[in-house]
Design a protein around this ligand. Structure first.
Ligand code: ZN
Length: 116
C-alpha cells in the first residue's frame, strides 16, 4: 500500500511538473502529512493555476490519496466491495468497481429515466 501511495504521489508531482508549477510540485512533496484542509487548499491553488486539462486527473488522484488516508482506498464508493486489482492497476484512481461503474454509465445514458 505504501508503494501504491508513493506511486500516486509521483503521478501528482508529474502532473504538477507538467503544469510548470514548481511551487506546487514542491508543496506536494509533503502531501503525506497533509490534512483535509491542506489538500483542499492545494486543489484550490491548482484550480487557480489554470491547469484545467489536468484538473480531473489530479482531483481523482487527490481523492484516491484521501481514500488511502481514510483506509478506504480500493473499495468501491457505491457498494463498498474491493475493486478488482486488475482494474486498480489499469486505473489507480478508480472509485467504483467494474459492475457499479457499468451500472452508473448505463443509468446515465439517455433513457426513459431522463425523459421530460
Ligand atoms: Zn461496486
Amino acid at each position: 500500500m505504501a508503494r501504491r501511495k508513493s506511486h500516486l504521489l509521483d503521478e501528482i508531482r508529474e502532473v504538477l511538473a507538467r503544469s510548470g508549477n514548481a511551487h506546487h510540485a514542491e508543496l506536494v512533496g509533503g502531501v503525506g502529512d497533509m490534512g483535509d484542509e491542506a489538500a483542499a487548499s492545494l486543489m484550490r491553488d491548482i484550480s487557480e493555476a489554470e491547469v484545467l486539462r489536468d484538473i480531473g486527473e489530479v482531483r481523482d488522484i487527490v481523492a484516491a490519496e484521501q481514500r488511502i488516508t481514510d483506509g478506504r482506498y480500493g473499495l468501491c464508493i457505491d457498494c463498498g466491495e474491493p475493486v478488482a486489482y486488475e482494474r486498480l492497476k489499469a486505473y489507480p484512481s478508480a472509485k467504483r468497481c467494474m459492475p457499479c461503474q457499468q451500472h452508473r454509465e448505463k443509468t446515465r445514458a439517455p433513457s426513459k429515466y431522463t425523459g421530460h
